[in-house]
Design a protein around this ligand. Structure first.
Ligand code: DC
Length: 225
């Protein structure tokens, strides 16, 4: 498949390590990077800031329209969208089809042009439905997975390293609830695209995952000079 912008999609469940992988690939390849989960997190945070309820579809839709108007890619670097309350709200708003429709053009545009119109040779986009719904014609698609226990341990370590007092059992419980919402939902469920490369990373460290992914990308990418 030839796109003028080379598209890499990385989908997978909560805490699968796809964010780390996506940003490292983007840095290595010199590609633009979008964390699409930040959009749903942004909608949830906007709802909470406005006194709206992310679990009510009409409120989620209102918040999505507001977020759409003011969205900036730097949102993905804002720690305020990483709180537990926003994480919970994000998985609620993400189950509303109208919210997904509102956020569609932001993602499609990024896949075509990257961050800026000029000089974008490739993009790495990470989420749940990028290889299936947003970029079905992507050049390389990955689906990153790991068992729930490993993912919960990784999340626990991340929080612990940041000095956050975290409870492992609670993390595992929340992860199962979020998996249930994201994987089990009928709208854009977290499933691999038919032609995705599935990376089961339970027994791999981040370096091994990156090396495996880069080998596959390099075998398919011809730089345009
Ligand atoms: O990847 P994340 O944890 O930041 O995603 C936040 C929520 O948004 C999560 O519940 C899954 C959902 N999401 C989605 O439904 N589709 C995407 N493309 C990205 C995230």
């Amino acid at each position: 498949m030839s796109n003028s912008v080379f598209i890499i999609t990385i989908d997978g469940p909560t805490a699968s390590g796809k964010g780390t992988l996506a940003s490292k690939i983007a840095a290595k390849m010199g590609f633009d990077y979008m964390d699409t989960g930040a959009l749903y997190r942004g909608v949830a945070k906007t709802a909470l800031d406005q006194g709206l309820d992310p679990s009510i579809a009409d409120d989620a839709i209102k918040a999505a329209k507001l977020l759409h108007k003011q969205y900036d890619l730097s949102l993905q670097d804002d720690p305020a969208i990483r709180t537990e309350a926003v994480s919970k709200g994000a998985s609620e708003v993400a189950a509303v089809q109208a919210v997904r429709d509102i956020l569609l053009d932001l993602q499609k545009n990024f896949s075509k042009h990257g961050q800026t119109d000029e000089a974008c040779v490739g993009v790495v986009m990470e989420g749940r439905d990028i290889g299936t719904v947003i970029c079905p014609d992507a050049d390389v698609k990955f689906f990153i997975d790991a068992n729930a226990d490993v993912r919960a341990k990784r999340r626990f370590k991340q929080l612990h390293d940041k000095g956050v007092d975290a409870d492992y059992d609670e993390i595992l419980k929340q992860l199962h609830i979020r998996d249930g919402r994201d994987i089990g939902r009928s709208i854009a469920p977290t499933v691999p695209a038919d032609n995705a490369v599935i990376l089961e990373t339970s027994k791999m460290d981040a370096k091994q995952v990156l090396e495996t992914a880069l080998k596959i990308i390099v075998s398919k990418y011809t730089p345009q000079y």
